[in-house]
Design a protein around this ligand. Structure first.
Ligand code: PHE
Length: 337
């Protein structure tokens, strides 16, 4: 009988218990009522008293071996179950984020959408411009400071070719090709040789509007801009026009809108004035019309231009213009819709 127990121990040691079923099989074979161990215990009763100790020890070690095998198998199985299974094809797939529009694109599209209801279409203009379209045709006097090296990026050594400093050159290109009536928007990237800070960048975006027809008046300009302000900044928005100067418009004005954050009461964003400066505008200067082959005695028109970054900063409460160019996912994911 002692030999039989030793054989059983050797046998159990060899068995690998790696499934629930095998563990159950082992339990049934050894530990159940009709199992091997109970059989052995029955025989154990017949063992002579002086041999009982040795037999008892062997039987016990067989029993402990079986029990520990089952316990170990159970533990391993539980651990396996608690681990995520890479191959589980029923699990939902990884969550790939869909991209979204950049806030500059979103604001640009919204502005275009509002003006398109008034019949404005879109022309792109070009980022690399010549002096004529960027300055001369727009009635910039030869010594105007904006032509200075400090403001303008010139292409190589040719002072005639430059990166456009505003989108207004796009108006000239449209007027050269198209006869009035003209209703066009020119959105695009512009470049200025300025120190980069939280408030200004050497690359930014503008959107320009131009309307030329017979009998276009300053009242039309004001009404058009008021419509835009109410659509974009909210129905309760009020506008105010302050006299200003641009070489290509006469008269010229800056438009402020009542602060949409505090409703005009005064807050940190509007620097307690209740007003936010949002765009430049004016009646197209007769010289500009003449330069583009349009008779200023027959036609008149207005133009306006705004910075898209600035507009987006006001719309979304962004305080640092550089954020638009950082490609910071944390920042960009705020603009999902
Ligand atoms: N081009 C002007 C600027 O860059 C903005 C402007 C456009 C003003 C059209 C008046 C009319 O500041």
């Amino acid at each position: 009988m002692l030999e039989k127990i030793k054989d059983l121990i050797a046998e159990v040691e060899k068995i690998s218990v790696d499934t629930k079923e095998k563990a159950e099989e082992l339990r049934l074979k050894y530990l159940s009522k009709k199992g091997v161990l109970n059989e052995i215990f029955a025989e154990f009763k017949k063992v002579k008293p002086e041999e009982k100790k040795e037999y008892g020890q062997k039987i016990n070690s067989l029993k402990t071996l079986v029990e520990s095998k089952i316990a170990a198998a159970q533990e391993a199985l539980e651990e396996q179950l608690s681990k995520p299974n890479d191959l589980d094809i029923t699990l939902p797939g990884p969550n790939y984020n869909l991209g979204s529009h950049h806030p500059i694109t979103m604001v640009k599209n919204e502005i275009i959408e509002i003006f398109s209801r008034l019949g404005f279409t879109v022309a792109e203009g070009q980022e690399i411009e010549d002096d004529y379209h960027n300055f001369t045709a727009l009635n910039f006097p030869p010594e105007h400071p904006a032509r200075d090296m400090q403001d303008t990026f010139f292409i190589e050594t040719n002072p005639d070719i430059l990166l456009r400093t505003h989108t207004s050159g796009g108006q000239v290109r449209v007027m050269e090709k198209q006869k009035p009536p003209i209703r066009v928007l020119v959105p695009g990237r512009v470049f200025r040789n300025e120190a980069v800070s939280a408030r200004s960048h050497c690359i930014f975006h503008q959107i320009e509007g131009l309307y030329i027809d017979k009998n276009v008046s300053f009242a039309d300009l004001k009404q058009t801009l008021m419509y835009f302000a109410k659509e974009f900044y909210g129905e309760k928005t009020e506008i105010r026009l302050r006299p200003s100067y641009f070489p290509f418009t006469e008269p010229s004005a800056e438009m402020d809108v009542s602060c949409s954050i505090c409703g005009g009461k005064g807050c940190g964003i509007c620097k307690n004035s209740g007003w936010l400066e949002v765009l430049g505008c004016g009646m197209v200067h007769p010289n500009v019309l003449k330069n583009c082959g349009i008779d200023p005695n027959e036609y008149s028109g207005f133009a306006f231009g705004m910075g898209i970054e600035r507009t987006a900063m006001l719309r979304y409460g962004v305080t640092d213009i550089r954020m638009f160019f950082e490609n910071d996912m944390k920042f960009l994911s705020r603009f999902k819709y």
